[in-house]
Write a new protein. Structure first.
Length: 151
């Protein structure tokens, strides 16, 4: 197994397009498999600019590959990251490719990329750095329970 390419790009764009906090993006791993008997999987850790592990994730066993070895040739494994999840800043991917559950490729700095802030109305009057490792846009609601003022 040999690593061919690691990349990041917006879901609806190219690797030259910027990624903002609102942009859904994908992380792509391309690797060569020359062993027709190996079972392969990919995992990675996403670290922020403070070297804090934001999350660690492994590719699930896909139904078509679960019981049989990976095909020989150039393979691509893609992880899709939704928009409004990560905060702005610099990120690092620490990559592991496992063959038969044993790590055979370990790249602690396989990819470094930047997520840009998106100055839009949801910031309210806030102009500083948004704190936290992630910055999810979660649904909220406010309802009026009683009309007028009660004492």
């Amino acid at each position: 197994v040999g690593l061919h390419r690691v990349g990041v790009c917006p879901e609806d764009g190219s690797s030259a397009d910027p990624i903002t906090i609102h942009t859904p993006f994908r992380i792509e791993f391309e690797y060569w498999n020359t062993d027709p008997t190996s079972h392969l999987s990919v995992s990675f850790g996403l670290y922020n600019e403070h070297d804090v592990l934001v999350f660690d994730i492994a590719s699930p066993f896909e139904p078509d590959w679960r019981e049989k070895p990976a095909p020989v040739g150039l393979l691509r494994t893609v992880c899709h990251i939704p928009g409004d999840l990560v905060n702005d800043g610099l990120y690092r991917i620490s990559l592991f490719i496992l063959q038969d559950q044993v790590p055979i490729i370990c790249e602690p700095e396989a990819l470094i990329f930047h997520v840009h802030d998106s100055p839009t109305i949801e910031r309210g009057g806030w102009y500083g750095k948004w704190p936290g490792a992630i910055r999810p846009m979660l649904p909220w609601e406010t309802n009026q329970l009683v009309q007028g003022i009660e004492h």
